[in-house]
Ligand binder design. Structure first.
Ligand code: COA
Ligand code: AMP
Length: 627
């Protein structure tokens, strides 16, 4: 039996033993005596009774073990040309100092702190500072506009907001402070403190708004010691798109998270203390939480934090430059970034300019790694290109090729096999298992392993209805796919109204809500259509109110502006088509999937529940592929 089969089998046959063993890699204050608490099933908790501090595990323990001089975080900004390296001792000082500053502002255990920061070291410092004092951080991605920030402020009810004067996108700066001000005006909840990191490149400072300056409060504060928290206490809330406009606040605990991420760094990514590891994502996404900040630091590796793009900052060699300059042994990015590089530099001529011999593996996640991109990257880089599948909710891989455990065959198009702890199955709409090779709902039999979501923030009902009620005994992933005869999982796409644009998860429902607010629009549907670069992009179909005459280009530009202002540039909403009517079922549900199939030129079946087949036929004439 191979190491993978051995570990996977043990994780299912003896989860207590498996996860108590894994827990030994973490420094506890009160070590766990039990792994799983199933007393409130189907809601589970890991490591009841145990206590720890996550930031102390990420920093203090390495310094205490004599590794204070080892680089912990290398910040590389292609936007400003700056680079900074923080050793473990230096990062610990920064974190303890800022934790003290937060504590001086009255932030304590269990309080929420919203972090709205670009990709600067302060983002990691603020997250770890919250963890140090037992506060619960909620990072909001910088590409979201003020109303999205306001929604999160109202849901999380933070005591403090930590932000910066702004971020940088190619060719423009993004001023955060006016957005924070607008969000605070929109929100009902009123945090008592706003702390601003001043970036000289972006106008605006704390003083303009009567807020606090990061450098000042950090200089004035006494360093804070790590606070003991329960393994089951929340470490963070991360909002993610659901099928409705209201985002879901995924709650992560402290103990299970530390154990799972530590286990994953070694067994999935094959990363050891001192290795230089680079995740090219953003701290606003789960990938950034788990693998820019917590995972690499928990195992004493060096994490690279990159502010820039794969292309255009300044060219398609940016990723190769970062790998070569910092000696990264692994890169984790989204397939869309590879597609962007390939589009700009199909022959990978930029690659020849850099020595990337340190690179052992390229990891991809966030969306399906299409075989074309897989083959291109494999050929050009000459290292294994490893897909793995997970979600904000799980916080780490559900299905992966576990490079640290056993080198399994890579099948293009498949993220490989279920990770120990995850009992992955494919079932049909009635909850019956489907035969190998047949597409269905991908579900995971409960309980999920440690590190996965503990619930949704103050909304147990939505947790149950979103994930647990559809198929009792299972966690609903929202993805569809199949398992082949060899047990390899193939993830084909979402089975709900969530779409994935350039590795960013968006809800078509939230875009629809904005589009429907335009005075000329009677009703609308937004569907995720195929996009060669970004995987998918949102495409809007609107029915005008009776008697309304409007120039389609004017309508398009107004709707694009509305979506940009309400959700943010990251929604990438650019396509608007006026249609005479939307196809619906007799119960009034818009046939979004069928619309997508028509636009993408795929085969589609006319649903038996359709209200008016003529509407669908007209739509196919208007939107379908033309011969
Ligand atoms: N703050 C403000 N605006 C942001 C932003 C941020 N942090 N991130 C993106 N935006 C803006 C972009 O400037 C762009 O604005 P525009 O419409 O005015 O041009 C818009 O949001 C869409 O951004 P994006 O979808 O990222 O497109 P892009 O054309 O700028 O870049 C890629 C395309 C493929 C290079 C880029 O999407 C990419 O690097 N993707 C990788 C995604 C990733 O790492 N995902 C994490 C999961 S692993
Ligand atoms: P997020 O929560 O933003 O990480 O998005 C999670 C969703 O992205 C999943 O439910 C999938 O739909 C998609 N996804 C992420 N990784 C992969 C992958 N490796 N293969 C296929 N889909 C993926």
């Amino acid at each position: 039996m191979g190491a993978y089969t051995d570990q996977f089998t043990r994780s299912l046959d003896d989860p207590e033993g498996f996860w108590l063993d894994a827990a030994q890699a973490v420094d506890w204050i009160v070590p766990p005596e039990r792994a799983l608490d199933d007393s409130a099933a189907p809601i589970y908790r890991w490591y009841p009774g145990a206590t720890l501090n996550t930031a102390a595990n990420a920093l203090d323990r390495h310094v205490d073990a004599g590794h204070g001089d080892r680089p912990a975080l290398i910040w590389d900004s292609a936007m400003t040309g700056e680079q900074r390296t923080f050793s473990y001792s230096q990062l610990l000082d920064e974190v303890a100092g800022f934790a003290g500053a937060l504590a001086a502002q009255g932030v304590g255990k269990g309080d929420r702190v919203i972090i709205y920061l670009p990709m600067i070291p302060e983002a990691a410092v603020a997250m770890l500072a919250c963890a140090r004092i037992g506060a619960v951080h909620s990072v909001v991605f910088g590409g979201f506009a003020a109303p999205e920030l306001a929604t999160r402020i109202d849901d999380a009810e933070p005591v403090a907001i930590v932000t910066a004067s702004g971020g940088m996108e190619p060719g423009r700066t993004i001023e955060y402070l006016p957005m924070v001000k607008t969000a605070l005006d929109l929100a009902e909840s009123a945090p008592s403190t706003v702390i601003v990191k001043d970036r000289p490149q972006v106008p605006g400072s704390a003083a303009d708004y009567g807020w606090l300056d990061w450098d000042q409060v950090a200089a004035d504060a006494d360093p804070a010691a790590p606070v003991e928290v329960a393994a089951t206490d929340p470490l963070y809330i991360l909002y993610t798109s659901g099928t409705t406009g209201k985002p879901k606040g995924v709650v992560r605990d402290n103990g299970g998270h530390a154990v799972a991420l530590t286990w994953s760094m070694r067994n999935i990514y094959d990363i050891s203390p001192g290795d230089v590891w680079w995740t090219a994502s953003d701290v606003g996404w789960v990938v950034g939480h788990s693998y820019i900040v917590y995972g690499p630091l928990l195992v004493g590796a060096t994490t690279v934090m990159y502010e820039g793009k794969p292309v255009g900052t300044p060219d398609a060699g940016a990723f190769w430059r970062v790998i070569s300059e910092h000696g990264a042994v692994a890169l984790f990015t989204a397939p869309t970034a590879i597609r962007a590089i390939r589009k700009a530099d199909p022959e990978a001529l930029e690659l020849a300019k850099y020595d990337i011999s340190s690179l052992r593996t390229l990891f991809a996640a966030g969306e399906r790694l299409d075989p074309d991109t897989f083959f291109w990257a494999s050929e050009k880089l000459g290292v294994p290109v490893v897909d793995h599948w997970w979600q904000t909710e799980t916080g780490w891989s559900i299905v992966a090729n576990l490079r640290g455990l056993e080198t399994l065959e890579i099948k293009p198009g498949s993220p490989t096999v279920p990770v120990p702890g995850y009992r992955v199955e494919v079932i049909d709409g009635e909850g019956e298992p489907v035969p190998a090779g047949t597409e269905g709902n991908i579900v995971v039999r409960l309980p999920l392993p440690p590190g996965t979501l503990a619930g949704l923030w103050r909304d147990e009902e939505r947790f149950r209805t979103s994930y647990l009620n559809a198929f009792p005994g299972y966690y609903l992933t929202g993805d569809s796919g199949y398992i082949d005869d060899d047990g390899y999982v193939f993830v084909l796409g979402r089975s709900d109204d969530v779409i994935n644009v350039a590795g960013h998860r968006l809800s078509t429902g939230s875009i629809e809500a904005v589009v429907a607010g335009h005075g000329a629009v009677a009703e609308c549907a937004v569907v995720g259509i195929r996009d060669d670069l970004k995987g998918q992009r949102p495409s809007g179909y609107v029915v005008l109110k009776a008697g309304v005459q409007i120039d389609p280009e004017k309508l398009r530009s107004e709707l694009v502006t509305l979506v940009r202002d309400a959700i943010g540039a990251v929604a990438t909403f650019r396509d608007v088509t006026v249609v005479p009517a939307l196809p619906k079922t007799r119960s009034g549900k818009i046939l979004r999937k069928t619309m997508r199939q028509i636009v993408d030129g795929e085969e589609y079946a006319v649903p038996s529940t359709i209200e008016d087949p003529a509407v669908l036929a007209d739509l196919a004439d208007q939107l379908g592929p033309k011969d």
